[in-house]
Design a binder for this molecule. Sequence first.
Ligand code: IPM
Ligand code: MG
Length: 353
Amino acid sequence: MIRIAVLPGDGIGPEVCSQAVKVLRHVCKGFSFTEAAVGGAALDSCGLPLPSETLKLCKESDSILLGAVGGPKWNAAPPHLRPEQAILQLRKELNIYANLRPIVSYPMSKDSSPLKPGIVEKGIDILIVRELNGGIYFGPKSRERTSTGYLASDTEIYSTDEIERIAHAAFGIAKKRTRKVTSVDKANVLESSRLWRETVEKISLQYPEIDLEHMYIDNCAMQLILNPSRFDVILTNNMFGDILSDEASVITGSIGMMPSASIGGQSFGLYEPIHGSAPDIAGQNKANPIAAILSAAMMLRLSFNMYREANAIENAVEKALNMGYRTSDIMSSGCKEVGTSEMGELIIAGISC
Ligand code: IPM
Ligand code: MG
C-alpha cells in the first residue's frame, strides 16, 4: 500500500481535498489515505497549527496531499501560532526545498483570463521553480521597541548550498522541457541576489544545453503579463516565487486551476493547490477542485512515476472544460456552471486509463 497523508486544513481545503482523494481512489486501488489536522483546524482541536501527530504521520507517509490553511478566525493568533506556520514548518521539517508551480493555459483561459485573448491564445506553459526552505521566510526576524514605536526586521538570507540545490533542480527539469531557464533576482540591489546570480551562473556550466538568462524581479513581474509565452522555466527565491506564482495565476484564468508540488530530491513530496482557504465560499460546494485534482496528478507523476494515470487525469480535466463545464471562478457565458463535487464527478467520468 502507498500511504498518503491527507491534511485538508481550513476553508475550502476539505472540499477540494476530498475531490482529489476521490480521483486518486478511482485511478489506483493501491493507496491508503490517513487524514490529520493542520492549520486553523489543528489550532482549534489541539492548540497548535502543526500537531506532533500530524508531523509524525507525514514523516511515515509516502506523500502528502494538503488543502489550504488560514482564515480570518485565526488572524489575531500570535505569529508562531498562525495557521500558515504549519506549512512553513512542514516544508522545513521535511526538507522539501523545491516548489514546482506549473502555469498552463487552457482553451477556456482566453475567456476567463483578464489578459487580452491574443496574449493567452499563444499557448502558455511555464514552470516556476521556487526555492522553499530559505530566504526571508526563514531568516532571522526581530522586533524591538523604540522611542517612537517599534523597529521590525526580516532577513533575506541564502547560502551557496541552498542556491546550488535549487539551481540543479531547475536545470534538471529544464532538460526535459524547452531548455530555457530564466533566473529571477534583484542583483542590482540585494547582496543575497548577487550570490544567487553568481551561483546559478556557476551551476549552469554543468548544463551547457540549457539557455540561461537572468532577469530582475520587477522586470519579470511586468514581462510575465506582457508576454508570458516567452517564459519556460522560471527559477527564483522563496519570496519572489510566492508573488510571481499568484501573479501568473491570472494568465490561466483562475488561481483555482493551479496545482503545486514541493519536493526535495527524493520521491516524497507535498502536493497542494496554490490557492488559499477562500473562507468566503467555504462549505458551499462552490470551490474549484481542479487545482487540487491537478496536484494529485503531479503526485502520481513525481512521487510514484505513474505517468499514465497522471496524464489521464490531466486529459480528463481538459475534457470537462472542453465540454463547457465550469466552476463559478471560471464561469463564462454559454457554459454550464457546476459545483465542487460535480466537477470532481465529471473529471472522474472522463478518465480513461
Ligand atoms: C503559498 C502560500 C504560503 C507561502 C503561505 C500560506 C505561508 O502563500 O504557498 O504560496 O507564502 O508560501
Ligand atoms: Mg502564496
